[in-house]
Design a protein around this ligand. Sequence first.
Ligand SMILES: Cc1cc2nc3c(=O)[nH]c(=O)nc-3n(C[C@H](O)[C@H](O)[C@H](O)COP(=O)(O)O)c2cc1C
Length: 255
Amino acid sequence: MKKVTAFVGSARKQHTYNAVCKFLSSLQSFGDVEYEIVRLSECNLVTCRGCKLCLDKGEEFCQFKDDRDLLLGKMMASDGVVFASPNYSFQVSAIMKKFLDRLGFVFHRPRFFGKAFTSIVVQGIYGGPKIVEYLDFVGDNLGFNVVKGSCITSLEPIPDEVQRKNNRILEEQSIRFYDRLSQPSYPVPTLFKLMIFRMSRTAIARMLNESYCDYTYYRDKGWFESNYFYPVRLNPLKKIAGNLFDYTTARSIKK
Ligand SMILES: Cc1cc2nc3c(=O)[nH]c(=O)nc-3n(C[C@H](O)[C@H](O)[C@H](O)COP(=O)(O)O)c2cc1C
């Protein structure tokens, strides 16, 4: 049984919510999947004040107690996660953005490895595909295995042809997502991802110390010594490249 949680960033139970329902019921038709839909508009999420305590000292130092940890727990307990948002002024909705800002510290201390992620954006006319790219980038940086998201169009009245196209897009996306849910979930990183990991971990090891929680997080996970965020076998070329990324980063910091 795979567990999927969808986070919906629209206050209405309309097109974004319906698209998520369509996606999830199609997903369920392929196998044993249980799901939960979380409407972010019904959650208690404060607006980040930018004190950066979560980044520097630890998320437990945030002065606000809202549903952040509850929602993080739901993500952690899922095999797959969906972020869905309407296109508001060429971006995600404010409700979704508030949620993403509350997760900001996870970009420093990623944790959702082995889990699948995808996004659904609903637009009236245009601008949605860029938001899909943005949400997929967010998912990637939280540590998820990202399945390319999709954008559907909801300008009313929705012609039958557009509705059929929307349904087809969501169905195809659910097939890709189900595939990812069923596959081994710890892929070998691309050279680019390997570079980002090695440069970050070397910079953190050299520039920070035990008083920074990014440092202790990386140290406790064994990331100062590991090949990557999770155990992977690197081919000889990537092994050499990884060492080179560590070496050049360390050298540039020494100077
Ligand atoms: C404040 C606001 C801003 C919007 N901005 C855009 C936009 O920039 N581009 C677009 O194509 N649609 C835009 N829309 C249309 C919504 O994306 C569209 O109506 C969508 O279906 C809303 O999702 P919902 O049905 O789940 O509420 C906007 C709607 C609102 C209310």
